[in-house]
Design a protein around this ligand. Structure first.
Ligand SMILES: *Cc1c(COP(=O)(O)O)cnc(C)c1O
Length: 398
């Protein structure tokens, strides 16, 4: 089969059943029947491959994983119920008591809670590395450091880390490099090409892309996946067949959706950058982004997330959100519908003010997940909300 991205995301398919269906059927079954006692014994002993029980594998999750592995260039994978269970399963599956994780400070809010509150219960420690000073990372590696965990672009500040550099750094220090590739998706960036060992996704976001189901993906090196799969098989974070079926079907449109998300996002970012009421805009493919060059090197396009700060502080920011008429105020992102959030009072509210400052989550920061609506309507909604929230410029100047 052709190895082009769009073709793989559409044409990877299970073998047809006797019904000769065109689309992949949904296998809503908790278990699978054995031919005889010998086959049952052999499958449980891992001597023969095959589905046993949907906590271990199911045709729908297997099909989704096969597709993701092709798209990410991974050897093996496992699908989980949520993005967070993908992250927890990976870290818990690979680490033992006494191990240390080096993590970039710019990570998702719940990832922060896993590192700071949950893993320490089992004596797994972490150190945060600053996003803007990678030279200092060398001194943060300890003899017991096993994992380097990063997110690029990061949520919500869209910070970018150099994947080429990360690949070399983790090789030099013999670290397992884990990349949360949620914001980019394999269409925009394939971290394994640069030396990542494991790639993670919240499939809830762009992979489904329509705000319908939760899901998570772990994909990477076969030997690491074996350890992770053992943990998953016995602790039970498996994705449901129905959600796997939905996400796999969504992958057929990933490339066209991402192209439109990116096109709309750069237009919005440029428009905001020229607006007098906007303090600053951050978008990976704007030349004003501090890591613009790195982003252009490793990403096909800039992604669908734009963050900005409105002049007038938190109050103005909240007023702006209250005046949006089309964009939804909701916790999700990567949806066909444009979504606006205020990270410092929602997803990152568990961090202290100081911790938020460190990762660039200013009090007035607004994150827009740019949807697939007509860009004129997206900009129109944001423009009217800026006006309705009171023009800072005119108020100050008068
Ligand atoms: C949303 C998100 C997660 C968590 O995924 P869920 O599917 O909500 O559990 C993890 N990492 C990033 C970067 C995210 O945006």
């Amino acid at each position: 089969m052709s190895n082009h991205f769009e073709t793989q995301s559409i044409r990877t398919q299970l073998e047809r059943s006797q019904h000769r269906e065109h689309a992949v059927p949904l296998y809503l079954t908790s278990s699978f029947v054995f031919e005889d006692a010998e086959q049952m014994r052999a499958m449980f002993a891992n001597e023969v491959e095959g589905n046993i029980y949907s906590r271990f594998s199911n045709p729908n999750t297997s099909e989704l994983i096969e597709k993701i592995c092709l798209l990410e260039g991974a050897e093996d994978g496992f699908a989980t119920a949520t993005g967070m269970s993908a992250i927890f399963t990976t870290l818990a599956g690979l680490c033992a008591s006494g191990d240390h994780i080096l993590a970039c400070r710019s990570v998702f809010g719940s990832t922060h809670s896993i590192l700071t509150k949950l893993l320490p219960k089992w004596n797994i420690s972490h150190t945060y590395a600053p996003v803007n000073d990678t030279e200092s990372w060398e001194s943060l590696v300890k003899p017991e450091t096993k994992i380097l965990f990063v997110e690029t672009p990061s949520n919500p500040a869209v910070d970018i880390l150099d994947l080429q550099w990360l690949g070399e750094f983790s090789k030099k220090h013999n670290l397992i490099l884990i990349v949360d590739n949620c914001f980019a998706t394999p269409y925009l960036q394939q971290p394994i090409q640069f030396g990542a060992d494991v790639v993670l996704h919240s499939a809830t976001k762009y992979l489904d892309g329509q705000g319908r189901v939760l899901g998570g993906i772990i994909a990477g090196r076969a030997d690491l996946m074996e350890e992770i799969r053992f943990f998953a098989r016995h602790s039970g974070p498996a994705l449901s067949p129905f959600n796997a079926w939905v996400i796999s079907k969504s992958l057929e449109t990933l490339a066209v959706r991402m192209d439109r998300h990116c096109e709309n996002a750069i237009q919005l970012a440029k428009w905001l950058e020229d607006h007098p009421d906007v303090e600053f805009v951050k978008y990976p493919f704007l030349p004003s982004h501090p890591q613009f060059k790195v982003a252009s090197r490793q990403m096909k396009r800039g992604g669908g997330i734009v963050t900005f700060v409105v002049k007038g502080g938190v109050e103005r920011g909240r007023k702006f959100l209250d005046n949006l008429k089309m964009a939804s105020l909701t916790a999700n992102l990567g949806d066909s519908r444009t979504i606006a959030t205020h990270p410092s009072s929602t997803t990152h509210s568990k961090l202290s003010e100081e911790e938020r400052q460190e990762v660039g989550i200013l009090p007035g920061l607004i994150r827009i997940s740019v949807g697939l609506e007509d860009i004129r309507d997206i900009i129109g909604d944001i423009e009217q909300a800026l006006v309705a929230s009171g023009s800072y410029i005119t108020e100050e100047v008068v």
